[in-house]
Write a protein that binds this ligand. Sequence first.
Ligand code: FRU
Length: 493
Amino acid sequence: NEWTRELRYQPYDSWHTDYTQQLKNTVKKAPWRLDYHVQPNTGLLNDPNGFSYFNNKWHLFYQYYPFGPVHGLKSWYHLTSDNLIDWVNEGVAIEPTNQFDSHGVYSGTALPIDDSLFLAYSGNVRDENWQRKSYQLGAKMSKEGHMQKLEHPLIDFPIKGYTDHVRDPQIIPYEEGYLMILGAQDTNEKGQVILFQSENLTNWEFIGNLDYADEEMGFMVECPNLLFIEEKPLLIFCPQGLNKNVLPYDNIYPNTYILGSDFDLKTVTIKDATPLQQLDYGFDVYATQAFTNNNNRHLSVSWVGLPEVDYPSFKDGWAHCLSLVKELTIRNGKLHQFPIAETKELRQDKQLIEGTLSSENQILTQPKNNSYELNLSFDANSSGVIHLMRDESLDKSFKLTFDTKLGKLIVDRGQVGVPFAEAFGTTRELELTKYSSLELDIFVDQSIIEIFVNKGSEVITSRVFPNSNQTNLKIEGQGGSYFGTMYSLRKMK
Ligand code: FRU
């Protein structure tokens, strides 16, 4: 069937249970379903929302369209966890119901306030001419899980100086009150990050455009996150239509960050900001959400999927997943992202891997299936290829080519199962420090590969859709030796 606008915006309760049951069955039988990543039961998942710790549990929500692998009428789907690894599906938590969010409960964040979890999100509304209106809204979730939308918008539409593209509120405690950080498009059609301030979460005062870069940030900024790590401001965001002279990138839209030395609210400035950098060097990361919990842990999770790109799983009625939960730290003045220590809970049997790089090298330990963790270290003078998801007879694989002398790392997903998004290229390249040893922590889960380079100094995330016989592992190369460990990983409980 064709996903007309009418169909995509049909109310949830108008879908027949025969249809939804059939969709569930199709997805249950689908290949490429993940073992330990958050994925939708049916339909489409996009941005992580409301990542928080409240009432002795971790809470995570995501943008959800239940009825097919398309961007339709969005709601927030709710998950809870005791350990940030095993997530319990709690169902749809915020649905579009009223004049402020009738055409989508869009992205936002959550903050525990007194006895409830305060949720801030964008309400997407279309009028009869399909003209957009965008409200910034609030809701409160009680300890028992009861959700109550606030009666009045936190921020009304329109905002002077900006178009109808204003969304994705992040609320953070700041001094005695709160800041709201929003992605926006100004009336000159430039992407901006804008700030509001409030003492009580009810009345919000406009502060202005955040000054964090000399360059223009395309035509729109989505999903901004402002964090303070060791008092240094970190801004993670998604500029759309960014000029490739500002930052070379191949994905349709990049997820990026800058790190500053100081934040000044009076001048609305992040001082001494680094040049814009890619948050992820792979093919699929977008809309990363990060927050600081009350133990001062900085955690993030990304949508692994991109807007306006088709993925092979669409044919089975589901789309996209979330990344592993990552811990953010600053080391040697640089942002590092690494899977949280709790990820070790997934480990099953351990096997040591050791060898000398040569052209015949065949790794002796073969993974049982595409669900494992592989930690590898290479000498400063080595080069080679790690083949993941290799097909024994045809030698097709996901290739990770490295050369520590030249300081290069290239990933190639062009030879894995069902090709997709080829218009954006099938390889990605990362520059490394020349003549340095290389450490890789690789997480493989059926249709996703997350590669953490040098303990999270860089991350390379890729969706891949292998054929069923692509489960082998091979390492080949020259110069020096390698050693490491491989763990098979269990399924999410
Ligand atoms: C980013 C985004 C957000 C929006 C949401 C809608 O992927 O476009 O800007 O709030 O998705 O699902």
